[in-house]
Write a new protein. Structure first.
Length: 235
């Protein structure tokens, strides 16, 4: 298939972004990740204006929808490059952009370290023995599938990288801890949850539909609210 690829590029964190369009012959069953690899290994590749196409910088690791590294905006939607087939492109056009909610490092690479900093700030760890139950175990397992890709934050109307609302990338992992705490647990986590999650969430649940891992984000939010806000503990 003939593909017209438009990539929003940026040389470094302080340079102005620019768009580069490339015409390329691709296979419909290939993924965006495969395409980017082929573009970077093609000899003498030029864009539609005849200018050489330098190395397109992007992140990847497992390429099996397990790590979340290759998250980017694909035709305007935050998705994993390894999970999007080129056959999905309408009219043979493909638009690749970095996630917008995070600082751009270079081309399609963004700095998502704020997600880890938020988890540290909200104290996302156990400080006592865990409370075990089948319900808590099931919830914890589902939440553990979070890729920390940032797609949920990209579509969240309330999240910004320097804001006090941490979004689904925080409350999904936090739900694992909350589900295992007993009634005599320290109140610090609940207080931080109310401040940085419950108090800033408008319940739009745009995060629920976009999750590449198909985690039941709405359930995680409801269960965490029940424990941290309404004091309804797992039995």
């Amino acid at each position: 298939m003939k593909l017209l690829i438009e990539i929003l590029r940026q040389a470094d964190a302080v340079s102005a972004p620019y768009r580069q369009t490339i015409a390329f012959e691709a296979q419909p069953e290939d993924t965006v990740a495969t395409l980017l690899t082929e573009l970077n290994t093609a000899d003498g590749l030029c864009d539609t204006n005849g200018k050489p196409v330098g190395t397109i910088h992007w992140q990847c690791s497992c390429l099996q929808k397990k790590c979340g590294s290759c998250a980017m905006r694909i035709n305007g939607v935050p998705r994993l490059a390894c999970d999007v087939k080129l056959g999905e492109c309408k009219n043979g056009k493909l638009l690749l952009e970095p996630l917008r909610k995070f600082p751009t490092v270079r081309d399609l690479i963004v700095d998502r370290s704020v997600m880890m900093e938020n988890l540290k700030a909200i104290h996302n760890w156990l400080e006592q023995h865990a409370h075990h139950s089948q319900k808590a175990a099931d919830l914890s397992y589902d939440a553990s599938r979070c890729l920390q890709c940032g797609c949920c934050l990209e579509v969240c109307p309330n999240f910004c990288a320097d804001g006090s609302f941490y979004g689904a990338a925080a409350f999904v992992p936090v739900s694992r801890v909350l589900s295992q705490l007993t009634k005599d647990k320290p109140q610090e986590l609940s207080a931080l949850y109310k401040k940085n999650i419950y108090g800033g969430c408008s319940k739009s649940l745009s995060c629920h539909a976009i999750c590449p891992a198909e985690i039941d984000v709405e359930q995680k939010l409801a269960n965490s609210n029940a424990v941290a806000v309404w004091k309804r503990y797992f039995k």
